[in-house]
Design a protein around this ligand. Sequence first.
Ligand SMILES: Nc1nc2c(ncn2[C@@H]2O[C@H](COP(=O)(O)OP(=O)(O)OP(=O)(O)O)[C@@H](O)[C@H]2O)c(=O)[nH]1
Ligand SMILES: [Mg+2]
Length: 215
Amino acid sequence: MTEGPDDELAERARKLFAGPIEFLKSAPELKFLPDPDVPEIAFAGRSNVGKSALLNALTNRKGLARTSNTPGRTQELNVFDVGRPLQLRLIDMPGYGFAEAPKDLVKRWRRLVNDYLRGRAMLKRALVLIDSRHGLKDVDRDVMDMLDAAAVSYHLVLTKADKVKPTELAKITAATADEARKRPAAHPAIFTTSSETGSGIAELRTAIVAAAVAH
Ligand SMILES: Nc1nc2c(ncn2[C@@H]2O[C@H](COP(=O)(O)OP(=O)(O)OP(=O)(O)O)[C@@H](O)[C@H]2O)c(=O)[nH]1
Ligand SMILES: [Mg+2]
């Protein structure tokens, strides 16, 4: 049997994510980001949705991005270099929609995340993470509105799939896909993932590499 382009991409993604990946820096403001010289993929979503855990699962490195049960763990744009030579960068972002944090802090995070998502030339795709137990919330829709307006291509990614029953998961996936279809900048395919069990992780790796190499 011959390998199709999808198999080749999957294998390329597997190799890339098994190879050198390093934390580069934390940027509290956009001006501290590295020069935009390679494709970037950003992780967005409500606090505690599992952005940092997903980054660790994708890279198969437990402590690369810091995770926590307390919302608000990630407070800056954390930049990870993938590949040597450098192929792409993963950007772990602060969460939005976190009611317990001081108001001015939340405002600052939201501005940082929005400015990055709207204005970053090398951002190839945003991953908007949605907790499988809760589905899309209005704060998620606000971010989707912003990405649609800025024409930034994004994927909706369901997280913590291990926490819901298969029938529930199928329902929430279908409902999420329905909303994605109405969105001009949303990719129609929904990824259903668990950083705990690893389900959906290889597929997302392939999609990341596909987005990074697309023109
Ligand atoms: N069971 C299960 N738990 C998960 C999964 N992903 C994340 N978690 C847990 O959810 C909590 C939050 O995960 P984080 O990755 O820190 O969430 P975050 O989105 O980065 O949060 P902020 O940095 O605060 O915005 C942690 O306790 C994780 O261990 C998953 O797929 N399954
Ligand atoms: Mg985090």
